[in-house]
Design a protein around this ligand. Sequence first.
Ligand SMILES: NC(=O)c1ccc[n+]([C@@H]2O[C@H](COP(=O)([O-])OP(=O)(O)OC[C@H]3O[C@@H](n4cnc5c(N)ncnc54)[C@H](OP(=O)(O)O)[C@@H]3O)[C@@H](O)[C@H]2O)c1
Length: 263
Amino acid sequence: MQAQSVTLVIGASSYIAQALIKMIIDRGEKVVAVTRNPLEAPQLQGQENIVLKTCNYSEESIAETVEEIFSFYRINNVYICNGILHGNGVFPEKKVEDFSLDSYLTVITANTLTPMLWLKNIVPRIEQQASTITIFSARIGSINDNKLGGWYSYRSSKAALNMAVRTLAIECQRRAKALKFILFHPGTTDTPLSKPFQRNVPKGKLFSTEFVAKRLFALTEGHAADANDEEIRAFVTRLSEQAVQERTDNLKYIDWDGQPISW
Ligand SMILES: NC(=O)c1ccc[n+]([C@@H]2O[C@H](COP(=O)([O-])OP(=O)(O)OC[C@H]3O[C@@H](n4cnc5c(N)ncnc54)[C@H](OP(=O)(O)O)[C@@H]3O)[C@@H](O)[C@H]2O)c1
């Protein structure tokens, strides 16, 4: 079978991921979308340009899923969207007494270990390509930026993710020179993840998933998804001017506005 060039989105039930997938398929392009439970993302089902894969994120299941996907499709760019903050007995800690081993293991497995297992299996298959792999991080994973404290598990799992991906990017400077990595902070976005904490978000600072998806697409692809979108075209122009000033690193830890975040 002729390999096709497609985008791979992992953790596809994420509200931000779903907005991104919609934008990509609206351009007539194909997406392979991986999720634990397709029932959580009914809008991904029955769409001509979406290949939906179910994976339980065990080490074995991730290896098998990657093997299957890469034997059928020529994957171009990759987005790893997984991340949890609360739910199923997990809630962000306010004080150290709230810290629990079970919760921490749940959070670090979803936020750090699962993305790393995907990267372990994907990188060797695209190391000769000029692809971009975006991993959803968060500004809260910045050690320098931590002035507020709290949220031990989420915060430290994202910091660990940042360190692991930075280590991988250094390894890839030797073995995969054309591969680029983005650790992406979407900003506070209106999804189930931020729902319990939206009351304190200043007006105008709670982003829609569509807004974030457009920005992310522009950051990874270097152009607007919709050529008629003036705001995004202006954003892309600003990014390309900014890029002239930057070193050509293979890793960026950046926010929705293309601004670098301090490690
Ligand atoms: N929303 C915000 O304000 C905000 C701010 C900063 C950073 N982020 C980051 O952005 C990313 C997307 O978040 P979102 O706001 O779109 O969240 P969301 O709609 O709540 O999506 C949750 C994501 O986490 C995955 N997930 C849930 N439970 C999991 C588990 N036990 N193990 C592995 N993966 C699990 C889901 O994957 P499945 O498809 O497999 O269910 C999905 O990709 C996350 O990494 C989050 O940390 C979000």
